[in-house]
Design a protein around this ligand. Structure first.
Ligand SMILES: [Zn+2]
Ligand SMILES: [Zn+2]
Length: 350
């Protein structure tokens, strides 16, 4: 079968990939579509260190092909969106509703894939959606209604869970509050629509590319600014919430400086692992805070069902996130368009 493999030097589309069948508690999924997220590019350029060779992709949707012993919540033929959280479901963090903090779900890649020459390959983010078939643990396969196009559903598993989840689960934005979103790529657009869903009344999108204004407004921005400095004209006393979605230490500092009293900066962008950011200590005195956020503090079985329902009601946009669809053979073109900022999300089909 076809898939996208990264060997430490360059990504390549191969056609001699195989994946083992599902063992106890596992689900084999025929991937229909998968979004190209910035984190895949970060593995390729080394920002996110990962063992190789690895099958990339971590944002996908498809149809259940078979299930291993003990799996009862999905059956062959079900449509599923895939999360990246292979959380154990039995530890104290899972039990208290924090699967993103489950230690079993972090930093333990397995090698369910092999190639024709016998070489074994790691899965990326417990997911590897850039393959015609992939193997996930039962908790990662979340049933979705058949009506959602799989090219749109593919984006729920990372971009939507991370962006909308950061607003609803981590920041807990409240009705009437003000929100600044720095960077309007795939994650930023989802933060914008999360802010709209939460009932924020002033939502400022910040992007130095003026072409991003129409999509930003469609997703929920009430204002658009070309730079963080320009936000002060719209919010003279600052913002209740500032989301940094770029991964720039300069913009992280500016997000902190944009906070109103009791405001919070949420860091979603991913700078290099050893990057350090600076801020003036006094700028946090008035009950301000800086929040990290892993994967939208998501509870995928709950959140994906919620987002599917909001999509059905027309309140959560998915189709509009899909800028362009590429057959997996055109992976290089998808990467070029994503790197060039020409697409909010490039979606690969298999
Ligand atoms: Zn992602
Ligand atoms: Zn756990």
């Amino acid at each position: 079968m076809r898939g996208v493999v990264f060997d430490g030097k360059a990504p390549r589309v191969v056609d001699d990939l195989e994946v083992r069948g599902p063992g106890p508690g596992e689900v084999l999924v025929a991937v229909a579509a998968a979004g190209l997220c910035h984190s895949d590019l970060s593995v390729i350029d080394g920002t996110i260190p990962f063992p190789v060779p690895v099958v990339l992709g971590h944002e996908g949707a498809g149809v259940v092909e078979s299930v291993g012993p003990g799996v009862t919540h999905v059956a062959p033929g079900d449509h599923v969106a895939l999360s990246t959280l292979a959380n154990c479901g039995t530890c104290a963090d899972c039990d208290r509703g924090r699967p993103t903090m489950c230690r079993a779900a972090i930093g333990r890649p397995s090698r369910p894939f092999h190639r024709g020459n016998g070489e074994r390959l790691f899965n990326f983010a417990s997911n590897s959606a850039f393959a015609q078939r992939t193997l996930v643990t039962a908790v990662q396969a979340v049933k979705i209604p058949d009506e959602i196009p799989l090219t749109s559903a593919a984006l729920i598993g990372c971009g939507v869970l991370t962006g909308v989840g950061a607003v609803l689960n981590r920041a807990r934005v409240d009705r009437g509050e003000s929100v600044v979103v720095i960077g309007t790529g795939g994650i930023g657009l989802n933060v914008l629509q999360g802010a709209r869903i939460a009932g924020a009344t002033t939502v400022v999108a910040v992007d130095n590319n003026p072409a991003k204004e129409p999509p930003a407004r469609r997703f929920g921005a009430t204002h658009f600014a070309g730079s963080p400095e320009a936000v002060r004209e719209i919010l003279p006393t600052g913002a209740d919430h500032a989301f940094e979605c770029v991964g720039s230490i300069r913009l992280i500092r500016q997000a902190v400086d944009l906070l109103d009293r009791h405001g919070q900066a949420v860091l979603l962008g991913v700078p290099p692992a050893d990057a350090e950011a600076a801020f003036r200590v006094s700028s946090l005195y008035l009950d301000k805070s800086i929040l990290g956020c892993r994967y939208g503090s998501a509870r995928p079985q709950r959140d994906i069902a919620l987002y599917a329902e909001l999509y059905r009601q027309g309140r959560l946009l998915l189709d509009e996130l899909v800028t362009r669809v590429y057959p997996v053979e055109d992976f290089a073109a998808a990467v070029a368009d994503a790197r060039g900022g020409r697409v909010a999300r490039a979606v690969l089909t298999f």
